[in-house]
Structure formats: C-alpha cells, structure tokens
Design a protein around this ligand. Structure first.
Ligand code: FES
Length: 74
C-alpha cells in the first residue's frame, strides 16, 4: 500500500527501514522523504513506522525482517 503519494513510499518501504535499524521518524524522513511535502501522510506513516518497529523487535518480526533482507539480496 502506498502511504506517501507525494514520494511514492509504501508501507513495505517503511517496514524495511524500521527493521533495518532506522532509529526514529525524523531519520525515516531523511531516508525516504516520507511526510516531507504536503504532510497528509504523516499520521499514517508514523503509525506504520511504530508498528513496524514493534514487529521487528519481536522474534517473529525479526524472522520477517531477515526474510525480507534475503529476498532483497536475491
Ligand atoms: S502524501 Fe506524503 S508528503 Fe504528501
């Protein structure tokens, strides 16, 4: 799902950044430019980022993050 229309950032892009160690939302904005134009996506982007951070901290979430990295490396 596209979260940020202005910069074509998806929920998956945000989840990958979160699971890769992006420390906070400001860093996410620097990396992906999400919520840096009109700002309409900010609340949704923050929610997806926080949810992804929680998921990546759980054992199941770490497994998903590893699987995503393996897929990206292939
Ligand atoms: S929709 Fe994300 S900055 Fe406009």
């Amino acid at each position: 799902m596209i979260v940020c229309i202005c910069h074509r950032v998806s929920d998956r892009d945000i989840a990958i950044a979160a699971s890769s160690g992006c420390p906070n939302f400001e860093a996410l904005q620097d990396d992906l430019r999400v919520a840096t134009a009109c700002g309409a996506c900010r609340d949704c982007a923050c929610a997806v980022f926080e949810e992804s951070r929680v998921d990546s901290a759980s054992p199941r979430g770490r497994g998903v993050a590893i699987a995503v990295r393996v897929q990206l490396a292939a």
